[in-house]
Design a protein around this ligand. Structure first.
Ligand SMILES: C[S@@+](CC[C@H](N)C(=O)[O-])C[C@H]1O[C@@H](n2cnc3c(N)ncnc32)[C@H](O)[C@@H]1O
Length: 278
């Protein structure tokens, strides 16, 4: 995911969910309101969810905020786009590997947030153990990520076709670790307790998002498509067309409208919310 401009124009679902999760569970974060409070956002992408929805939750405007992302392009974009915010820093961090000096440079945080990122991380225990290490004692975190989404089934199907297989050899890296798990909550609970958390709550909700028209679905898919950088522009467009064909075969398209551009695409998915305190 290295396309900040595209992502910022096609992240309606992610923005809607971040806003709703914060409305419903934002009060769980225990802000002290004291000076020097700090927040780390993991997988901040273009930074707009952090700025538009997380920052307004803060009790003071001098909270030290660090937005992080695995993608250099995302970090560069966020730094430039939000350069006027004096107390917000953007840094590269891969939450799925050893912290490599990040902790020494930035110290621990009072709060950690992460929206729509953790399902990208294969080594969940490593990610949660890093989150535990990055939290101060008494600190807490609010995390939202996908358990299941049809996009992962579609990646899987496309990766089996002779046309796309060579571009998608590592497809499993990009499928949520909970996609084929019967009870994701139990698995997540196991991970949380294995890294040391004793106080936590997990909510998994069934949600639906409707993409209005083929172009809006294509843009949303293209914005997060990890395989597109391996394809020519022409192939990227073919990939999106094949993607739409699979969606249609999976009956996720409402086709009562005559005009193709008016098709609606239904995405049913499971979203995880984790609140945990150290
Ligand atoms: C869908 S975007 C979400 C961005 C933002 N939080 C939002 O809600 O709009 C997911 C972000 O997670 C980042 N990401 C993926 N794997 C990561 C990892 N291992 N460590 C940190 N960030 C990661 C991607 O680069 C991408 O910018």
């Amino acid at each position: 995911m290295n396309k900040p401009n595209l992502y910022q124009r096609a992240n309606g679902l992610q923005r809607r969910d971040a806003e709703e999760i914060l409305e419903e569970y934002g009060h769980l974060l225990r802000w002290t309101g004291k000076a020097n409070e700090s927040l780390l956002d993991i997988g901040c992408g273009s930074g707009d969810v952090l700025i538009d929805f997380i920052v307004p939750q803060m009790p003071r405007d001098d909270v030290r905020i660090v937005g992080t992302d695995i993608s250099e392009q995302m970090v560069r974009h966020a730094r430039k786009a939000h350069s006027h915010c004096e107390n917000i820093f953007f840094e590269r961090l891969d939450i799925g590997t050893e912290l490599d000096g990040f902790l020494e440079s930035w110290g621990q945080f009072d709060h950690i947030t992460s929206f729509y990122c953790l399902h990208w991380v294969k080594y969940q225990t490593m990610a949660f153990s890093n989150i535990y290490a990055l939290l101060k004692s008494g600190g807490d975190c609010l995390l939202a990520f996908l358990a299941r989404n049809p996009i992962f089934d579609i990646y899987d199907q496309l990766s089996r076709s002779s046309k796309w297989t060579k571009y998608m050899t590592d497809v499993n890296k990009y499928i949520s670790p909970y996609q084929y798990c019967e009870n994701p909550a139990i698995k997540i609970e196991g991970v949380l307790s294995s890294v040391g958390f004793t106080k936590y709550q997990i909510q998994i909700t069934d949600r639906i998002y409707v993409y209005e028209g083929i172009e809006s679905l294509k843009k949303a898919v293209q914005a997060v498509n990890p395989f597109s950088e391996r394809m020519t522009l022409e192939l990227q467009e073919e990939f999106l067309n094949d993607y739409i064909d699979v969606v249609s075969r999976m009956s996720l398209r409402k086709s009562y409208c005559e005009n193709k551009s008016d098709y609606k695409f239904i995405t049913p998915y499971k979203l995880v919310m984790v609140y945990a305190a150290k």
